[in-house]
Design a protein around this ligand. Structure first.
Ligand code: 6PG
Length: 213
């Protein structure tokens, strides 16, 4: 795997630049709060949005209008503003199997994203794959239910697995803030945290100066 670390002042701005040069059509969005500014900037771009499909890396099992919903955040920041097609995970039913069916209906047996956006948790988790939890080791499915997440919000989750998240031509971690210093160090050192298991064809880690210090 080809890997680069890019340290910048503005993670969202760099992410937009990477998005434009990758010119993706099938994109995986991450949840959490770091990507929101990136999504808002994407929404302002002139882009062939009607050719784009957005998928999700994970979801919290809450009502769609709940402020903890990853789909709600993406909807407000981006999806409601551009004519792209989106495939949110159903957090209300918390049904991993139906998202697996959605992906198989769309991709058959060859899952292939052009771009996957990844988050990095303070404990080294990514999507909803938490250290020490059994879902990190699942390789025979693309989507899992995560009954007990390792961190807040402590609600069940749905998550893509390591092989599904790795099925991308380009994977991009967005990393910002002081609490990401330690997991970023572990990721770069190749320690066995969930985030370090992702193996897209090419990986770019975009970190702000605080996280990379
Ligand atoms: C989630 C996530 C999660 C997130 C990281 C980073 O639903 O919680 O998808 O993996 O990306 O925890 O989150 P922040 O950007 O909020 O720090």
């Amino acid at each position: 795997m080809d890997r680069d670390l890019v340290v910048v002042d503005d993670v969202a701005e760099k992410a937009v630049e990477i998005f434009l040069s990758a010119a993706p059509r099938a994109v995986v969005l991450s949840g959490g709060s770091t990507p929101e500014a990136f999504y808002r900037r994407l929404a302002e771009l002139g882009y062939p949005w009607d050719e784009v499909e957005f998928f999700f890396g994970d979801e919290r099992c809450v009502q769609r209008q709940d402020e903890r919903s990853n789909a709600r955040m993406a909807e407000q920041a981006l999806l409601s503003k551009v004519p792209a097609r989106s495939y949110p995970m159903d957090g209300e039913r918390c049904d991993a199997r139906s998202y697996e069916d959605t992906l198989r209906g769309r991709f058959g047996n060859n899952l292939r994203f052009d771009l996957a956006i990844y988050g990095l948790g303070p404990d080294g988790h990514t999507a909803s794959l938490f250290p020490g939890k059994p879902e990190v080791d699942v390789v025979d499915r693309w989507v899992v239910e995560v009954r007990e997440p390792g961190l807040e919000p402590l609600v069940p989750r749905i998550s893509l697995t390591v092989p599904a998240l790795s099925s991308a031509r380009l994977g991009v971690f967005l990393v910002a803030g002081q609490e990401k210093r330690e997991p970023l160090r572990s990721l770069l050192a190749g320690e066995d945290i969930p985030a370090a298991r992702l193996m897209p064809e090419r990986l770019v880690i975009v970190a702000d100066r605080t996280a990379a210090d």
